[in-house]
Ligand binder design. Structure first.
Ligand SMILES: Cc1cc2nc3c(=O)[nH]c(=O)nc-3n(C[C@H](O)[C@H](O)[C@H](O)COP(=O)(O)O)c2cc1C
Length: 168
């Protein structure tokens, strides 16, 4: 049976809330929550399906809790892994870098051979540019707590249903 993990920093409040919504949506007690700040290569590689929470901080950069693991990630063979990214960003506050963290992480994972799933439409968002876009589609789930928080639940629920199919 395929093993699934949701990885995010336990020190984040908003990312953590979305991680919990996603876990609840799966209604599957075998899905493990893991702290991004304590993840190791061996643990990461022990999962077939991985959902990662990646906010954007610092004007278009990854949050610093990923800094320690990214160099390790850049050495891993992720062939055969299906990975889905959910990102948090603020399209009004940072319209030129909306959700860039997802694009940065997507690039790292694809370079290492992972198959990315969970792409979503960019309709309904307003921003100038985003590294998370490929052919006008987000390479993951885009959550904007600051400006569209009332849509979080609906967006997360629809994404989980999409992932159930794409992970199958
Ligand atoms: C200092 C700072 C810089 C930020 N930079 C960006 C950015 O470049 N792009 C973006 O989309 N969001 C940016 N954000 C918004 C955060 O991604 C957003 O607030 C998110 O909900 C944070 O989630 P977290 O608290 O779980 O890390 C920034 C927020 C702060 C406080």
């Amino acid at each position: 049976m395929n093993k699934t993990a949701i990885i995010y920093s336990y020190n984040t409040k908003k990312t953590g809330k979305i991680a919990t919504l996603i876990q609840e949506g799966f209604e599957d007690s075998t899905i493990e929550m893991l702290n991004a700040e304590e993840i190791t290569e061996d643990i990461f590689l022990s999962f077939d399906h991985i959902i990662m929470g990646v906010a954007t901080w610092f004007d278009g950069e990854l949050p610093n809790f990923w800094d320690e693991f990214v160099p390790a990630l850049e050495e891993l063979d992720l062939t055969g892994k299906k990975i889905a990214l959910f990102g948090l960003g603020d399209q009004k506050g940072y319209p030129e870098n909306f959700l860039d963290g997802v694009g940065i992480m997507a690039g790292i994972l694809e370079t290492q051979g992972a198959t990315l799933v969970g792409f979503t439409s960019s309709e309904g968002y307003e921003f100038e540019s985003s590294k998370a876009l490929r052919n006008d589609v987000f390479m993951g789930l885009a959550i904007d707590y600051e400006n569209q928080g009332s849509m979080n639940q609906e967006r997360a629920a629809a994404w989980v249903e999409q992932l159930k199919k794409e992970f199958a």
